[in-house]
Design a protein around this ligand. Sequence first.
Ligand code: SF4
Ligand code: SF4
Length: 312
Amino acid sequence: MNDADHAIIFDIQGYSVHDGPGGRTLIFFKGCPLSCRWCCNPEGIRPQIELMHRKAKCVRCRNCAAHCPEGAISYDQKTGFPIFNRKQCNACAAHSCRHGCYHQALAVAGKKYTLAEVLRKIERDRPYWGGEGGVTLGGGEVMAQYKFAAQVLKACHDMCIHTAIETSGCAAWEHYEAILPYVDWIFADLKHMDSLKHKEFTGVGNERIKSNLARLGANQAHYRMILRIPVIPGFNDTKENMEASAEFMLKNNIREINLLPFHRLGASKYDQLGLQYRYADVKAMEAADLETLQNIFLQKGLSCYLGSETPF
Ligand code: SF4
Ligand code: SF4
């Protein structure tokens, strides 16, 4: 979906202090060209509105199947839990099965919003941000719905609201050009310097991403840019990759980086979406290992922040 009048958004969070200066409203756009194996927002990957089943709340009453017009629900013979045929299910706009569930075991990820609806949410939150706050658009990938995002960002600028985006860097450069006049701050990911490795773990190579980051780095008179590396054990947490990332930054006038340690906070959502989570047994990073990687950037004269320690 890339419509200037509507967007599919899977969450609007009223108050955050980690994604830009001050208190902020975060808007999560649904759909992403990457499918990172460790993604902590898997409900943001697919573009369509989709059903989530919370087994912990399900009493296996079988009521939902009776409300499904598509015949998309069957039951596991052994456990009694419902099984959702996602292909059939994706065609359903009403998600009628939810009305048959009296135990809040069914929810949907994603909702269609108009610009006016999003702006109402922003106005609702504005009194709570404090002097320096604003709006941050993320996802999923905000650029996958850049036409609508441009409208939100422009409207914010017209209202003197500070704007930020979080992006994977994976979009056509012309789409970035459409939103940049209205952006004050950019968080951009760099997941791995090696394109083959990048493709193996995220589903896409990194050529376009590196090209966009270089262009964003060259353009910084109009916004502040912070690179972000989600540090994933067994993928990109090597000295060689961090050194190559630091060299890339120096070459492209990018002076700040945020290392985000791996966590498993999104794990339960995989099961709810009928997806496999491959990082269930991977441990969180030790602080000392993260600091070793941080030093690689610091020694090259770059500003490197760990986790939520980014100075805004
Ligand atoms: S979302 Fe629609 S198609 Fe899918 S299981 Fe529920 S009622 Fe059936
Ligand atoms: S109606 Fe709700 S509680 Fe009953 S089987 Fe379906 S999802 Fe589970």
